[in-house]
Design a protein around this ligand. Structure first.
Ligand SMILES: [Ca+2]
Length: 428
């Protein structure tokens, strides 16, 4: 307000907290005091031009029937100053608490509308969603003029799973709740959940619900129930799919450890193929390829083979732009574990990868062979000297294993006199 304004204070004088400063045109401006004072200040400047502004007219009402604010518990919510009973709840990082209907634990009073703005964290390091679980719910339905039992004809609780900005329409709710049955838990689609409670004409016991701010990883797969970044992929539920670093294609957060466990059924193997890989490693020497624990000590990705007896075998550590090649779990293994570790600072877009469960190949893979006891031999890629071809249609990869065994006391010299296969160690 650069010129004239009305400023309303939530207390006895102009040292009290400000509800708002108003100028221009206002429609339906309704304000409530938090306690038994309100101070209104009107300020006007010397006119510089002829204007048609006519001032204002406000009607005040003293009442003790307005909603008492003690249903907004101090540890959970914050009353939005100037509103009758709206509250804002901001995450304190994975925090939880309760929301209540007005006048709880007593029945709510008629003709009251209260809003709840429940906001999770959203910044470079944190992204949250809101889970809401009801433990008490009773909002009586009104008389039904027709047989449509689904509509709430009197009081209701509307839930907006994508939040509700001021300009948005309040008629686009995701759930409209009423009646005496406990509603299912709801989870926000993004960091903001908004509720509007309208009491209607009838009284009811109201509701009590627990809210939980949960970290949103944006990773497909079966999440661990404890909310950590742990995801499981079982062949029995899906034969193939995708997985990624947290929030991909956005940067992953710092100080995060994620694990991805792929479990095949007996006689199956799992193949992991990376389609994008960018894991921050400023200290890594990328000219020779960035893998190994001595090179990747900032952010890194590790892979392990898992065996049925609970043991595992380390496959490698990768960082920078050096993606692991396609990895197949060997015969006898139960699956693969992928681990992502990020340190305190510096982030990147991370990775995006695919997993495929298939019937296990023979020990030789799709090709390959066994050599033992001979003085020398030749190993070539399929079709050599012509180009090798890719995996068959619908298959994740093509693999060849050669087992070379020398007589006891001998060693083996392997001399590649021609070598040209796709992929540079240090390129994307
Ligand atoms: Ca880092």
């Amino acid at each position: 307000c650069p010129f004239d304004y009305v400023r309303v204070f939530d207390g006895p004088d102009n040292t009290s907290a400000v509800i708002g400063t108003y100028c221009g045109q206002q429609r339906n401006l309704v304000l409530y005091s938090s306690e038994h004072y309100l101070f209104i200040h009107f300020s006007t400047l010397q006119r510089t031009a002829n204007t048609q502004n006519r001032g204002f007219k406000g009607i005040f009402e003293f009442s003790e029937s307005f909603v008492k604010l003690d249903f907004i518990r101090e540890n959970d919510g914050m009353h939005i100053r100037g509103s009758e009973c709206d509250q804002k709840i901001l995450s304190k990082k994975e925090s939880t608490g309760f929301v209540y209907s007005p006048n709880y634990p007593f029945p709510y009073i008629p003709k009251v509308v209260c809003r709840y703005f429940v906001y999770g964290m959203q910044d470079a390091q944190n992204l949250e969603r809101v889970k809401l679980e009801f433990s008490i719910f009773e909002i009586p339905k009104g008389e039904h003029k027709d047989k449509s039992e689904s509509n709430c004809t009197d009081g209701y609780l509307k839930v907006y799973l994508k939040g509700q900005e001021v300009a948005d329409a309040y008629d686009k709710f995701d759930h409209e709740l009423c009646g005496g049955e406990l509603p299912h838990a709801v989870i926000s689609d993004g960091p903001r959940l908004v509720m509007v409670f309208s009491s209607g004409e009838l009284q009811g016991r109201g509701f009590k619900a627990k809210y939980t701010f949960e970290t949103e990883y944006k990773i497909p797969g079966t999440a661990a129930p404890d909310g950590t970044c742990s995801f499981t992929y079982r062949s029995t539920s899906r034969k193939k799919g995708e997985f990624n670093s947290p929030r991909y294609p956005s940067n992953y957060p710092s100080e995060t450890n994620c694990s991805y466990v792929f479990l095949a059924t007996p006689n199956e193997q799992v193949t992991i193929v990376f389609d994008h890989f960018k894991v921050k490693a400023d200290g890594a020497n990328t000219t020779g390829g960035a893998y190994g624990a001595s090179v990747c000590f900032e952010d890194w990705l590790e892979m392990y083979v898992l065996y049925r007896d609970g043991t595992d075998r380390f496959l490698g550590r990768y960082c920078s732009l050096t993606a692991p090649g396609p990895v197949e779990s060997p015969r006898g293994a139960v699956g693969i574990r992928v681990v992502l570790h990020t340190d305190l600072e510096n982030v990147a877009s991370g990775f995006k990868a695919r997993y495929i469960f298939e019937t296990a190949k023979s020990v030789f893979g799709d090709c390959g062979g066994n050599f033992s006891g001979e003085d020398s031999g030749i190993v070539t890629s399929p079709n050599f000297p012509a180009n090798y071809d890719g995996p068959g249609k619908g298959l994740a990869s093509r693999a060849c294993n050669w087992y070379i065994t020398a007589r006891i006391g001998y060693k083996i010299l392997l001399n590649f006199d021609f070598f040209a296969i796709e992929g540079e160690p240090a390129s994307e």
